[in-house]
Design a binder for this molecule. Sequence first.
Ligand SMILES: C[S@@+](CC[C@H](N)C(=O)[O-])C[C@H]1O[C@@H](n2cnc3c(N)ncnc32)[C@H](O)[C@@H]1O
Length: 225
Amino acid sequence: MQDAGFVRTAFAGIASRYVLANHVLSLGIDVWWRRLTARLVAEQQPRRILDLATGSGDLAQAIRQACPKVPILGADFSVPMMREAQHRNFHQLIAADGMELPFHDASFDVLTVAFGLRNMASWPGALNEMRRVLTAKGHLFVLDFSLPTLPLVRPAYLFYLKHVMPRIAGWITGQRASYEYLCNSVERFPSGRDMESLILSCGFNSVQTHRLNLGIASLYVASAG
Ligand SMILES: C[S@@+](CC[C@H](N)C(=O)[O-])C[C@H]1O[C@@H](n2cnc3c(N)ncnc32)[C@H](O)[C@@H]1O
């Protein structure tokens, strides 16, 4: 759980260099993670998609390529981040807080959230809200960083997260403190079984975990019904 005011300010400060920093810090792997998510979304043959915490719209764009005929709406509480999405030619956007979504119950049959849930003020509160706006047979896709479980990989990754990533991101964005905060949040964020339990406790019926690249990221696919 995070301080919403800090998160808003942090993303406003890094917005213009967010995409570049992402690609450099992940050596471009983040593009593949979003493509995989988009492919799995397309398999559900959705009719209406919400991409929450859409930010620069990278996941929304990947989904639009995978399902070009399906309406997809991007929502975020940071207007500067959504301006980046507009610069990338994604315009189906709405300013909204994930903790209180401005949609009726059962409005979407797929909801995606990439690298966004971790930054929300209450993880169960946000997941309950996501469940509310999904249809009874809807699907939730949560893509986020996680911690590898392999003994040598885990400490090496934590070192990268805490000491290397904020420094490089600081050079690129000029906002090292923001990245220190965001990188540290990965250690506190539940992953694996803990995340599955959390999702199930918020009204979802089943959840499947895809561990990506030794578990440095995970994609959770949950069914509402
Ligand atoms: C790391 S960016 C992820 C952007 C994009 N989904 C991606 O895959 O690159 C996280 C985004 O979550 C948004 N965010 C954080 N908390 C939010 C909330 N409570 N409601 C809506 N958006 C939120 C931030 O403004 C930011 O744009």
